[in-house]
Unconditional design. Structure first.
Length: 436
């Protein structure tokens, strides 16, 4: 089938065509209903071209005022058989002269001109040129009588709008529901759930957009997975040449100058730390969407061991000597060690204070503080980005810019968060909050 034929057969599935046709059909139906309601009310109320014209016709048909009541009754009866209406003729003094059909309400003394009277259905009162009054209502007898409209004109318009609104709701809701599902999927993809896909429904523009989203999400997921795999493999492969370099340095250590030997060892240690942290970061990224089985971890003992390793001051304000939480002991130890190493590296030899507390909201708070130069307020969020260094930081201080990034990844893996808080005294303070 050619592209032109495909386009011709596909146009009813276009979203803009459906919306356009729904609007046109709604307008046509609404217009027909409005015209019908208007004609219904108009034909019910219509007696002739106008009540004044009707009064002139009635004056010619009826006998003069001085005629006997019997003559006026017979004339009124002949006219009533043609009009198929209930009629009552009043004198100028508003006394009943003749009445045909069912009794009509008495003529109000305040009625001075021709017009419509109240009631349901309404009556009309016509003032004749000689002062008499003719009050009438369409009779229930007769084949040609039109029944009064059940609602007024304004009420009919309101009902028409309600019917159109109810009829259009399923069309609009079906469209918006699909768009809402598409929005939810886009937000999930942006939050890092790369396996998110959306069901393709129909053959219109929204369906095409959903299919494009699925293709894009699959491509992004493949690229990110390839990048993670490449990073992990490259970091792992660096282990072998690094081990050979370390062995070569050890073999030539006796012949090399002490300064060169120490510099080589420092560079190898830094390279080893970089590879180790890249491997850990890549593993955390690769398993971010998978559920992990945690085991109980004695966080008090773990923090105490790491503080003793670098002679940091540890203060545990707890109800008991132990504080257990579900987690990965290896990752939690790495998180605490990175915080302590960061405090020792940038604390300029000042004491490192570590506090472990439990809050009223059943949260565990770990604080690691030092007395160094601190972190500017505008940089307290940037330092958690991978490979980010503060302005003026020297590479000889050590560190590769991944330590704090790993701390945040590990904290979030355990359902917590880490922030850098301000202090009244010099130095920096990192606060990790974990669910107990």
């Amino acid at each position: 089938m050619s592209d032109a034929k495909k386009s011709w057969f596909a146009w009813p599935n276009r979203l803009y065509v459906r919306i356009y046709l729904a609007v046109i059909i709604s307008l046509v139906i609404g217009g027909l209903l409005v015209v019908t309601a208007w004609r219904w009310n108009a034909e019910y109320r219509q007696i002739g071209p106008s009540l004044e014209s009707f009064a002139a016709i009635a004056a010619d048909v009826l006998p003069p005022a001085y005629a006997t009541n019997e003559e006026q009754y017979r004339a009124l009866r002949r006219w009533q058989s043609r009009m198929r209406a209930d009629l009552t003729l009043y004198s100028a003094e508003r006394e009943v002269i003749a009445s045909i059909g069912k009794p009509l309400p008495p003529l109000d003394d305040e009625q001075t001109t021709s017009g419509w009277l109240g009631g349901t259905p309404p009556f009309y009162a016509v003032k004749l040129p000689d002062g008499r009054w003719l009050v009438g209502e369409r009779s229930e007898r007769g084949e040609g009588r039109r029944r009064p409209p059940p609602f007024g004109f304004v009420t009919t318009l309101a009902l028409i709008g309600l019917v159109i609104g109810i009829g259009c709701y399923p069309i609009v809701r079906r469209l918006t529901r699909r768009l809402e599902r598409l929005q939810t999927s886009v937000e999930a993809l942006g939050a890092g759930q790369l396996s998110t896909r959306i069901a393709v429904e129909g053959r219109d523009e929204v369906a095409s957009l959903a299919a494009s989203f699925n293709r894009s999400a699959a491509r992004i997921e493949a690229l990110v997975n390839a990048q993670k795999t490449l990073l992990a493999n490259a970091s792992h492969e660096l282990r072998s040449p690094l081990a050979r370099i370390r062995m070569a340095v050890e073999l030539t250590a006796s012949d090399a100058q002490p300064e060169i030997r120490d510099e080589l060892k420092r560079n190898i240690a830094e390279l080893d730390q970089l590879i180790d942290e890249i491997l850990l970061a890549s593993r955390l990224d690769a398993t971010a969407d998978t559920a992990q089985a945690f085991t109980p971890v004695d966080l008090t003992a773990l923090v105490a061991e790491e503080c003793a390793r670098i002679s940091a001051e540890f203060d545990a304000e707890l109800d008991s000597d132990t504080l257990e939480l579900p987690g990965d002991a290896r990752l939690l130890r790495r998180m605490v060690r990175n915080l302590l190493e960061n405090a020792r590296r940038y604390g300029n030899g000042t004491p490192i204070n570590v506090r472990l507390t439990r809050t009223a909201g059943n949260k565990i708070v770990l604080q690691v503080c030092d007395g160094g130069p601190g972190v500017p307020a505008g940089e307290r969020e940037n330092i958690f980005e991978p490979f980010y260094r503060l302005s003026g930081a020297s590479e000889r201080e050590g560190g590769v810019g991944l330590g704090l990034s790993l701390v945040r990844q590990i904290a979030r893996r355990h359902g917590g968060e880490v922030i850098c808080v301000g202090r009244d005294e010099p130095g920096s303070c990192f606060e990790v909050t974990l669910p107990a």
